[in-house]
Design a protein around this ligand. Structure first.
Ligand code: HEM
Length: 195
């Protein structure tokens, strides 16, 4: 019975952890793009994003990670023979990458706060796709275990990467077009003054 409890809370931890990771990097996108605003809007937006990022990281994302890992330790201590499974070793290497990503995001957050991060919104959008790939691989490994079809999984990952890259490029193009339209429809200050 304990095994099911650990598994249920392991999955709850995963959901919370990922919700935090996805939203955190989306906030980094807005934070980076606030640099294009004029003052005082820029300072107000940056200060607000800093607060939101810090709270999200400390109150949701990191606790989500701790619950996931603690419940996983509970699962393994209830059924220690699971440690011999090959799929778990592979899963753990991807989880290690996920942990690196988590702490790297923490570092970016501090750099953004100090004004030392020069990443663009577009670069943060691309970074935000990394946990999606890790999520897919880890969940597939946890569900299929040693029966995971490697060829199909590889194709799935390749297709996902291509889809993400194309989506990011198309979205960037649309944003440029929208900004251009906005510029054309906004009367210049001098124009307004002479009217
Ligand atoms: C410290 C890291 C982790 C360890 C040691 C670990 C270990 C485990 C173990 C032992 C199980 C039970 C397997 C079973 O009973 O069939 C499990 C289930 C599961 N884990 Fe993890 N896990 C970790 C992190 C993660 C992460 C980060 C994710 C998601 C991205 C994840 C997703 C899942 C899923 C979806 C299941 C349910 C599989 C099923 O019941 O079919 N795990 N994990």
């Amino acid at each position: 019975m304990a095994y099911y409890w650990f598994k249920a809370f392991h999955l709850i931890g995963v959901v919370v952890w990922f919700a935090g990771l996805f939203y955190l990097v989306r906030l980094f996108v807005y934070h980076a793009e606030a640099a294009t605003e004029t003052e005082p809007a820029q300072a107000i937006l940056k200060a607000q994003y800093e607060i939101m990022e810090k709270r999200l990281y400390n109150i949701i994302t990191t606790p989500g990670m701790i619950v996931t890992v603690a419940m996983a330790i509970g699962l393994i201590s209830t059924e220690p023979e699971i440690l011999k499974s090959g799929w778990l070793h592979i899963k753990l290497s991807f989880v290690a990458l996920l942990l690196l990503y988590h702490f790297y995001c923490g570092r970016i957050m501090k750099k953004l706060e100090k004004g030392e991060c020069n990443w663009t919104g577009q670069q943060f959008r691309a970074l935000n796709e990394a946990p999606t790939l890790l999520l897919v691989v880890i969940v597939l490994l946890a569900v299929f275990k040693n029966q995971l079809p490697l060829d199909l999984t590889t194709w799935l990952i390749v297709a996902l990467v291509v889809l993400m890259a194309v989506t990011i490029q198309l979205y960037a193009k649309k944003r440029r077009q929208d900004q251009e339209k906005l510029r054309q429809n906004t009367p210049q200050k001098e124009e307004v003054a002479t009217r």
